[in-house]
Design a protein. Structure first.
Ligand code: HAS
Ligand code: CU
Length: 560
């Protein structure tokens, strides 16, 4: 379908701006690995401090790029499946807020006024502008969502007997979950942290802010991956040459995410002193439950791929894997999907280790955790973002894609880099290597009394992985910006490959509505968060503590 000029401009800015920032985000990622391997043995490089760089890495890659992408992919999906545009006020209003918020965040991070990492744990304090900018970015994405309801209602009126397309269900589930879970973080940002950063209040309730963050922070990680799931169910079977194995299973998986994502945030706080063991045990159980929709995805997508391989002539048990369209320049998107899926097998399994209340005691705050999340967010999520950004920009701008072979190889190179990086981090983590630490100034510096030779091989492997990822990213930027600076050769259009379903399945009414699932979600949120918040107020209190970025000693002497 063709689109209006204003929506076209919105999508192009919404893809190009975060992709430009990603250069800084990726650069700071590679730098992390050099610091940690002890190749850099200092606090700052090129004027960027270790923690400042780590903050840019997390905020740009995991909050800015992902949120912009989810909104732009949402616009694209809505227009493709519903064949109409959202209202102008919604996509322009949303873009203006998001661009302003992201720019404010960028400026304060570059100035070194917001080095509190992407989790902005108090009592690390960032500039009030950082909290306000982040809130603007999130609220901007809500406005885009509000705009999608109008085309949806119109479509429904015209197609009363048709089911909501799976891609629209996935998008609506994702943004409903995102909206519900970002209310606590907006409260944290605007009501608790901004006045504290401005000096209007001089105390902050640390466990409370952390709890509000993770009420948002866990659904946030699914917000990163659900667009990729939409792609796995609705695009991948088609480009692999097959069909979606089960539409009902896909719907069920999305709805289970709606129910289970928000209540499990406490699994990031299994070492939080202010939360009781009972709640943590309950959250461990819920965490195992939230793995079920991903296991279902593994089986449904796996079966769809197997079907595709057999349609391409595969025989026997495993030959279907070989027959898939690997490394095909005329089908470059396939690589961005399959490499993400392969990484996610290991990302998911390591997540289940994290979710176990007892095993978490071993891995929490070690390199294991970034090892886990690079195989999730830097695996399927980012690879989907990279592939679809090329695809959508090409469609909407009408500009040609050059260097198809390079574009095809990038995801495989990236996958190899992530595998090495994550293996190094996880192996080091199991030997106690801490995360969020400039190891080059201590543990991996042979001149330091804290030198630990056991962490040298693991941090070195991590660094090699980081350099391979950096090389893949560099190649990607060359391809993306070469397209961006080319002249258009075709008219703007919006279209997505659409997978058919393999079986004609019976309609299950419960899978065709989101309302009961939202209600179950709210009940589960209450079962987790009523006792959690009670605990937090019982065992914690607002304190005046403050820390400097590089010093673990409380600088306010009267508060212990
Ligand atoms: Fe996680 C920490 C538990 C999934 C991201 N996670 C993090 C952090 C991030 C993150 C960023 O319970 C660190 C936050 C911080 O800064 O502190 N996570 C889980 C569990 C899952 C999980 C149980 N995480 C994700 C996803 C993320 C993500 C998805 C981003 C996108 N995570 C935790 C816990 C912590 C944690 C604790 C806290 C740790 C701590 O102590 O701090 C599950 O959802 C995972 C389920 C997934 C599966 C895999 C299914 C496999 C599929 C692929 C199939 C492949 C096919 C291809 C079909 C069960 C779908 C086959 C074809 C061939 C040819 C081979
Ligand atoms: Cu989580």
């Amino acid at each position: 379908m063709t689109i209006s000029k204003s929506l076209k401009t919105t999508i192009l800015i919404g893809l190009a701006m975060p992709m430009s920032l990603f250069i800084l985000g990726a650069y700071n990622g590679v730098m992390q690995t050099l610091y940690r391997a002890g190749v850099l043995q200092r606090a700052a490089t090129a004027g960027i401090n270790y923690y400042q760089g780590l903050t840019m890495h997390g905020v740009i890659n995991a909050i800015v790029l992902t949120t912009f992408f989810a909104v732009m992919f949402g616009h694209f999906t809505i227009v493709h499946y519903l064949q109409r545009e959202p209202p102008r006020w919604s996509y322009i209003g949303s873009l203006v807020l998001m661009v302003t918020g992201a720019t404010i965040d960028l400026v304060v991070m570059v100035l070194g006024k917001a080095s509190a990492l992407y989790t902005f744990y108090a009592p690390l304090k960032a500039s009030a502008f950082f909290y306000i900018g982040t809130a603007m970015l999130i609220i901007g994405s809500w406005i885009a969502f509000a705009g999608w309801l109008k085309p949806w209602r119109e479509w429904k009126r015209e197609h009363p007997d048709e089911k909501m397309p799976i891609a629209i269900l996935g998008t609506f589930v994702n943004f409903t979950m995102w909206f519900m879970s970002s209310i606590p973080v907006i409260y944290e940002l605007l009501v608790l942290l901004t006045p504290w950063a401005m000096g209007t209040t001089d105390t902050v309730h640390v466990p409370l802010t952390r709890t509000l963050f993770w009420m948002f922070g866990h659904p946030l990680v699914y917000f990163w991956i659900l667009p990729a799931y939409v792609g796995y169910y609705t695009i991948l079977p088609k480009i692999a040459g097959g069909k979606l194995y089960s539409g009902n299973a896909a719907r069920m998986a999305f709805l289970l995410f709606l129910v289970l994502s928000t209540p499990v945030g406490v699994h990031h706080q299994l070492s939080e002193g202010a939360i009781s063991g009972g709640v943590k045990l309950w959250v461990s159980v819920l965490t195992f439950a939230v793995s079920i929709p991903s296991f279902m995805t593994a089986f449904t997508v796996g079966a769809s791929l197997e079907y595709a391989g057999r349609r391409r002539g595969a025989r026997g048990l495993l030959q279907w894997m070989k027959k898939l369209p690997w490394l095909r320049a005329d089908n470059y998107l396939f690589g961005y999907f399959i490499c993400g899926l392969i990484l996610f097998i290991f990302g998911g399994l390591s997540g289940i280790v994290n979710g176990s209340y007892t095993l978490n005691q071993l891995v929490h705050n070690t390199g294991w955790v970034p090892g886990h999340f690079h195989m999730t967010v830097a695996g399927p999520s980012i690879l989907f973002i990279l592939g679809l950004t090329l695809y959508m920009f090409h469609e909407v701008s009408g500009k040609p894609l050059h260097m198809k072979l390079t574009i095809t190889i990038i995801p495989y190179l990236w996958m190899i880099g992530v595998a090495m990086l994550s293996h190094g981090l996880m192996a080091g983590g199991l030997m106690g290597e801490p995360r969020r630490t400039n190891l080059g100034m201590s543990y991996t510096n042979p001149d330091s009394p804290m030198f630990n030779s056991h962490w040298v091989p693991s941090t070195t492997l991590t660094m090699v992985g980081g350099i391979v990822m950096g090389t893949a990213a560099l190649l990607y930027f060359i391809c993306f910006f070469r397209m961006l600076f080319s002249k258009p050769v075709a008219a703007a259009r919006v279209s997505l490959p659409e997978s058919e379903e393999l079986h004609e399945e019976k309609d299950i009414p419960l899978l065709l509505t989101m309302k009961p699932w939202v209600v179950i979600c709210l009940v589960l949120v209450a079962t987790t968060y009523v006792p959690t918040i009670k605990n937090v107020f019982k065992y914690g209190k607002p304190v005046k503590n403050q820390y400097q970025m590089e010093n673990p000693v409380n600088i306010i002497q009267d508060e212990k």
